[in-house]
Design a protein around this ligand. Structure first.
Ligand SMILES: Cc1ncc(COP(=O)(O)O)c(C=O)c1O
Length: 480
């Protein structure tokens, strides 16, 4: 009998480029001033599960409950989380904060309903619009031109929107922003309640806020209806794990929220992700966890004071007095006078193994997080001060370069020609940048991080968008 022919295996099929890239990244031993917040260390006291990930990679078996209809250990875990964050209901998310924002949209806005959204929203909010068919009303929060940063949303800005759109059903806002600037949620929530408008707060970057008196008040305790936390960004859980909360007095029915999540999430939730949420919350609520948060904040304050005292060329963002009470000091946003953030951030990483969270023309963002060590903070301070001294010694004076770096397409208000959902489902084709002006976008153009779309489906392409489009062109809605 002839042996069965064996399938010929090409050499490249045996390669594991992603695994190799991870190993290479880790070999460089960088100081990780970026997400996830554990910075490569298991912060939890009990490391059994984390030492044997395959053994504990289980599914919804007897005794392990069901994420979509929890009535056992998952329910108990979520109740414990709700108690830690001081809310009525908490839900574990296994597709990041993104899925929580989409579920929130399904709960607060039916097809065609008007939703007020400041333009610095994360792309997941846009995904929620495509799925729900709600109609966005975009407007601008404040903007800090000297830094090219989005600022807080003010009560006056919300008031204007309520006057112009008395039929709006919901307000989605990001607080704190990616760079740590928060809004006065209590005042905005009072206004929303008075107008019968649901308030969803994307607090993705503020997971620690409800857990320390030294950090600003969380939306969980300020009258929001839904609050979303990307726990992996600052709370020490594994990447992609996050939490959604319905605070006390929320207008959203928990059963409806569960149904919205069940519509969007996998039916095979990762127990490793859920266990990391459980372990992270257990840690954050413990005496050791509370001490770690205090320690982090003290490191941050020490380094910040030293940088303010020593930097004369490189600027470190620090809010004005009133904005400071809604600001997260763990975000170090540094602006080099001569180089773009991308160039300077890459140089520092290459020269000193100091890894940043993100870089854009105006500056570089470093995240102080729970997994870093005292040596990491000392090195960060020393490196930045040395970079500043080198600039001084070279007698290179600050140029007007920074002004040119402002990303103006991000701050132009979109001209909506179609709803995101309509544009998403229309026929489309790709055009070159040269032919893109005035066409209606069919795709989302987004630079990640921070994941704030430059262009969304349904928006007319304006001149300011052109330099930000991919060189290969952009998908537009086909003209009839
Ligand atoms: C403000 C904001 N909201 C939501 C998200 C989405 O979070 P996740 O990556 O956990 O889905 C991000 C991610 O960068 C974000 O910056």
């Amino acid at each position: 009998m002839q042996p069965a022919p064996t399938k010929k295996v090409e050499t490249h099929q045996l390669e594991t480029p992603l695994v190799d890239a991870l190993k290479t990244y880790d070999r460089h031993d960088r100081r990780r001033f970026h997400v996830p917040a554990h910075a490569g260390q298991c912060l939890y006291e009990d490391s059994t599960v984390w030492n044997h990930p395959f053994r504990y990679d289980l599914t919804e078996l007897d005794g392990l409950d069901v994420l979509s209809e929890p009535d056992g250990v998952i329910l108990e875990t979520q109740q414990r989380m709700a108690s830690l964050f001081g809310v009525a209901h908490s839900f574990m998310l296994i597709n990041g904060a993104s899925v929580g924002l989409m579920a929130a949209m399904l709960c607060v806005a039916q097809p065609g309903a008007k939703v007020l959204i400041p333009r610095n929203a994360h792309r997941a909010v846009l995904s929620g619009l495509i799925v729900s068919g709600a109609q966005p009303v975009w407007f601008l929060p404040s903007h800090l031109p000297d830094w090219d940063l989005w600022g807080p949303l003010t009560v006056a800005q919300v008031q204007v929107q309520f006057q112009q759109h008395p039929d709006a059903q919901a307000l989605f806002l990001t607080s704190p922003t990616y760079e740590g600037l928060g809004s006065n949620i209590q005042a905005i929530a009072n206004l929303c309640k008075a107008h019968g408008v649901a308030l969803v707060v994307d607090e993705a970057h503020g997971s620690l806020w409800p857990l320390s008196d030294q950090l600003p008040a969380s939306a969980c305790h300020s009258g929001a209806d839904v609050v979303i936390h990307s726990l992996h960004k600052s709370g020490g859980s594994l990447t992609q794990s996050a939490l959604a909360h319905l605070p006390q007095g929320s207008c959203v029915d928990p059963t409806l929220f569960q149904q919205a999540l069940n519509t969007l999430q996998s039916t095979s939730p990762s127990y490793l992700l859920m266990a990391s949420l459980d372990a992270a919350c257990g840690f954050l609520g413990s005496t050791a966890g509370q001490a770690r948060i205090e320690w982090l904040l003290s490191q941050v304050h020490t380094v910040r004071s030293a940088l303010h005292a020593n930097l004369s060329q490189i600027r470190l963002y620090q809010p004005q007095r009133t904005a400071a009470q809604f600001w997260d000091p763990c975000k170090f946003y540094l602006s080099h006078p001569l180089e773009t953030g991308e160039d300077w951030g890459a140089h520092v990483e290459e020269a000193h193994q100091l890894a940043y969270e993100s870089a854009k023309p105006g500056g570089v963002l470093y995240l102080a997080n729970l997994g870093l060590t005292e040596a990491d903070f000392e090195a960060f301070q020393t490196i930045v001060v040395a970079e500043d001294e080198a600039l001084r010694a070279a007698e290179r004076s600050p140029s007007a370069h920074r002004k040119e770096a402002v990303d103006c397409a991000e701050i132009c208000l979109p001209q909506m020609a179609l709803s995101p959902r309509e544009a998403f489902f229309r026929k489309g084709h790709k055009v070159s940048i040269a032919s893109a002006l005035n066409r209606i976008a069919k795709e989302t153009v987004v630079h990640c991080p921070p994941g704030i779309p430059v262009l969304m489906p349904g928006e007319r392409i304006q001149a300011a968008h052109l330099p930000l489009l991919p060189e290969s062109g952009v998908w537009v809605v086909a003209e009839p």
